[in-house]
Write a protein that binds this ligand. Structure first.
Ligand code: ATP
Ligand code: MG
Length: 413
């Protein structure tokens, strides 16, 4: 029966058929984070709006158009979190984590919210996995961050992934470069899209990201910041590259790489999966040395990334199989139902995945249902304590000793 209610535009239900693939992504990430010492952190789903205005940046698309912002009953402006880094930096400061041994290595997973036009791989509530190393400017942390995301996508088997790498330099280097870039944009103002033209002063870097043809032509001859890196910025970038090369991680320098958040400095990176079409980025991140100071803390260099779970699942193209059952306990005789449930519980305590019929089906119905749930074997309990074991693949059935059920069902077969 169709209900008149539907999930809100841009959102979706995770049904059991999809939940397993999703859980595998989260589990794999949790294992990778645990092995590398990135401890889990969880922050609220909403924050004061100002955190994102200051943290993400007023000139960004996220703050300008994508935030779910509302006033709460106390008249405060609240925003559903569009990203995880600013909240984690807020928590880092709020809980005095700058007093701990640095860097503080954190990881997270959870829902995020952006008011975007929904399409494949782009939702209004989506889920990210992310990692942050806060309190170090070492290129080792940049390289480790990239390694973790490489490992995640690799272990999950995401096909056709390319790592794009760039550097935005330090804020001073960037300021000088931005003047040069603005001059180039102004010299070609007539050819730019309206949106880019209006933001020459506000956010000229975003022009690299434009899908407007005229703008793209202008950007093809624009100066890039990677060419302008010098001094410590150039050394830092060279060190990150050398570390990736030592680790055998392939990458492509992308001098036009910009990210949709204002807080990045130096290293930025993006993992792109060609098979995904327009929403091709599965994850990305970079260094954000100025963010914590921007939020009122001490100068604290940091690096991190976030990956979209839905984009990873889309790239994997998996409609996941169910969890698989070691056995299904069927009853040939109604009097055996109590015994079946008790036995199922016993076998579950022994670590086996076992189901029983909860719907009063006939034996034939139970066998059909066992097949439906993917049970490898069915134990049929007969009257007087007898039992038959049926292999669902071969259809072979034989009597088994009720005293040896654990071995019979637990064993390979
Ligand atoms: P895009 O250019 O695709 O909008 P973005 O630069 O806004 O991406 P980030 O803010 O870096 O993305 O977020 C990190 C990751 O989160 C992205 O690489 C993507 O996998 C995922 N992501 C971002 N926005 C959405 C969305 N609206 N729906 C689903 N996944 C998203
Ligand atoms: Mg975006």
């Amino acid at each position: 029966m169709a209900s008149k209610y539907q999930a809100p535009r841009g959102t979706f239900d995770v049904l059991p058929a999809n939940a397993h693939a999703r859980a595998r992504v989260e589990r794999t990430a949790a294992e990778i984070f645990a092995r590398a010492g990135y401890e889990p952190i969880a922050t609220p789903a909403f924050e004061d709006t100002e955190l994102f205005e200051r943290g993400v940046g007023r000139s960004t698309d996220i703050v300008r158009k994508e935030m779910f912002t509302f006033e709460d009953k106390g008249g405060r402006s609240i925003t559903l979190r569009p990203e995880g880094t600013a909240p984690i930096c807020r928590a880092y400061l709020e809980h005095g984590m700058h007093k701990l041994a640095q860097p503080v290595k954190l990881s997270y997973v959870g829902p995020f919210f952006r008011h975007e036009r929904p399409q494949a791989g782009r939702y209004r509530q989506f889920h990210q996995i992310g990692a942050e190393a806060i309190g170090t400017d070492s290129p080792l942390a940049d390289a480790e961050a990239i390694m973790l995301l490489t490992d995640l996508l690799g272990e999950l088997g995401v096909p056709g992934v390319e790592l794009r790498l760039g550097s935005l330099g330090s804020p001073q280097a960037r300021r000088a470069y931005l003047e040069e870039l603005k001059a180039h944009l102004r010299a070609n103002e007539g050819k730019l899209s309206k949106d880019v033209r209006e933001r020459i002063d506000l956010n000229p870097l975003r022009a690299f990201d434009s899908d407007d043809e005229g703008t793209q032509a202008v950007m093809a001859s624009a100066p890039t910041i990677v060419e302008r890196l010098d001094g410590e910025d150039a050394e830092h970038f060279a060190a990150v590259r050398a570390l990736l090369e030592t680790a055998g991680i392939a990458y492509r320098i992308d001098p036009t790489l910009v990210r949709g958040l204002d807080y990045y400095t130096r290293t930025i990176f993006s993992f792109v999966c060609e098979g995904l079409g327009a929403q091709s980025e599965v994850g990305g991140g970079g260094r954000y040395d100025g963010l914590i100071e921007q939020l009122g803390g001490p100068p604290t260099p940091a690096v991190g990334w976030a990956a979209g779970i839905e984009r990873i699942l889309l790239a994997l193209g998996e409609d996941e199989e169910g969890i698989g059952r070691d056995a299904f306990l069927a009853v040939a005789d109604e009097g055996q139902r109590r015994r079946a449930l008790a036995l199922a519980s016993e076998l579950r305590h022994a670590g086996l995945a076992v189901e029983v019929d909860l719907a009063g089906r006939s034996l034939k119905g139970q066998l059909k249902h066992a097949d439906r749930v993917g049970a490898r074997r069915v134990l049929i309990l007969e009257s007087e304590g007898g039992a038959q074991l049926r292999d669902m693949e071969s259809g072979e059935q034989r009597p088994v000793d009720p005293a040896r059920l654990l071995e019979e069902i637990g064993g390979a077969g």
